[in-house]
Write a protein that binds this ligand. Sequence first.
Ligand code: 6PG
Length: 237
Amino acid sequence: MMHIYNNSEALYKGFTRFLAEFTENYPHLNLALSGGNTPKALFDYWAEHAKNALLWDKITFFWGDERCVAPEDEMSNYGMTSQHLFSKIPAISLRNVRRVYGENEPEAEALRYASVIDRMVLQRHQLPCFELIMLGLGDDGHTASIFPNQIEKWNDDAHCVVTQHPQTKMKRVSFTGQVINNARDVAFLVTGKGKAEIVRRIVQEPEKYTKLYPAALVKPTQGKLHWFLDEEAAALL
Ligand code: 6PG
């Protein structure tokens, strides 16, 4: 399902409305956040304009991927979320936050976080079934922290794996494809003209790129796939 907006601000507003309505459908929402700049801007929007727009106490926050750094590190997705969202909205209780311990040894943390989501999140088809997983899209076609040069990790039997950023070599903990595709709904949030070509390839010809781009493998088995795009990112559709 395509949701296209004039600009990024309109996208954040539209996604907020979608999430508010989506949250009404469930007694509780296990939400997996993505990292990077797009969610940072969304969190700033929420802090500024949507403090009361969402039923925060109905949401438990997880991460679909995290960098293997301490929470104080500027690269930490949890640290960024804490700074731009949790610290700005007192209605969000830290009891509802389940971060990846980026400071832990990566392999041990991937196992630990997999056991957390297996324990905390309703199972469906013997897999944790998040109500909603938010994803970003790298211009190289990565999503969560599954990168093109390690695309085989998408199909790992584990529910969380350790990967490595191809350029920075920074280790990451990431959901695998079976967890992402088991969600009730999955929402890509993508902005900017720099993503227009990769969005076109993945939205219009996913089957052509399943060996190249992990994002082309996002196909919820039963849930809906949403694309929240600004006009720049959707320019080639
Ligand atoms: C991360 C993300 C990653 C991100 C994309 C897009 O931890 O970096 O989860 O998959 O979503 O790289 O990032 P931007 O939103 O910054 O373009």
